[in-house]
Design a protein around this ligand. Sequence first.
Ligand code: NAD
Ligand code: MG
Length: 390
Amino acid sequence: MQSIVVFGATGSIGDSTLDIIASHPEKYKIYALSAFSQLEKLSLLTQKFCPKVLILPDENALKTFKQIHAGKSCQPEIRLGQEGLCTTAQDNEVDTVVCAIVGAAGLKSAYAAACAGKRILLANKEVLVSAGALFMDAVVQHNATLLPLDSEHNAIFQCLPAENPKKYLQKVIVTASGGPFREKTLAELESVTPEQACKHPNWSMGRKISVDSATMVNKGLEVIEAKWLFDLSVEQIEVVIHPQSIVHSMVQFIDGSLLAQLGHHDMRIPISYALAYPERISHNAASFDLLGLSRLDFMPPDFKRYPCLRLAFDALKEGGGACTVLNAANEIAVENFLQKSIRFTDIAKTIETMLEQITIPSLNHIDEVIAFDKVVREKTRHHLQSSMRG
Ligand code: NAD
Ligand code: MG
């Protein structure tokens, strides 16, 4: 019986994870759930899974939750904030931590899980973008197990041999759908709305990652994620546009063989693989019908259409701190775009400006990364406010 913590339980990845867990009560039990908002949903999940611990953001959320959840039969211990997340990640009774918080807000708790040597199922790619080297060091040093939930990385993980994965590897090919604006003219991109950006053609996801997919900074974040997960050089990572999202990524070996993982675009497939690894389990995602496929297209990405992808490659070449800037500036720009205070095309411009303006310090400790991330956020907000005034 695996005892599992789900950080970000009310989100899209949380939904898919809990759906699989609910269909295998003989294998998995929920130890803790965290949520930042949607407290009614958290109350329902609490009744369904009866965890020992819940983690809420603050006293206000606690007050609201107590009202919503009054009189219910399952009354877990409630912990608060980043400290609540970190202590829960390290509890002795916990085997597996599913990191499905969005953004660098998930960094500290994922790092705590690594330091406690847990089995980590990582969806929260911003952890590896912001603090890849330090996080991977913690995983190795504390003998944690790191399994990728991101569909592309899960596909690569499935295609690589378990022993000596890099021995005959030439490169990995990360596929990208191209997002909802793949066929718009560059001029049309200026006026796309948050609602349009959040309507992904293939996947239903949280708002931030939906916008990231539309700008393709998501693919840039995934290139950085792949670098750290599989210890690759920048030259070993290629991105191709594949609008059908059926091939989730590929691995090419020195003998010219190319292995791919195919399946529906349903996150329950990669999540179930990581949950059960090295075994496999069934779940509620539809099975794959090869004869239902009409075609698979692949094309190179256009950096003019997707400047954020180029910025991510540049940041990765520059080094760790530049990736922290890329991530934090993007989070603030996306927030502003979702609030309709900047245009879609301003997201890339904002990241580029912040990468140019900010001097990168050496970051040798996770707390230094968190402090620097905060500085970048403040500078990005300031930059956006002054450019709006101007
Ligand atoms: P979501 O917005 O649907 O859910 C995010 C979860 O994090 C929610 O439970 C929310 O309450 C919590 N949260 C938000 N802000 C928080 C904060 N400041 N502190 C603590 N908790 C907070 O997002 P999602 O689509 O489930 O994505 C989660 C992560 O998984 C992201 O990093 C995303 O890039 C990654 N991911 C998602 C998908 C997908 O299909 N949705 C695929 C691959 C990777
Ligand atoms: Mg992905």
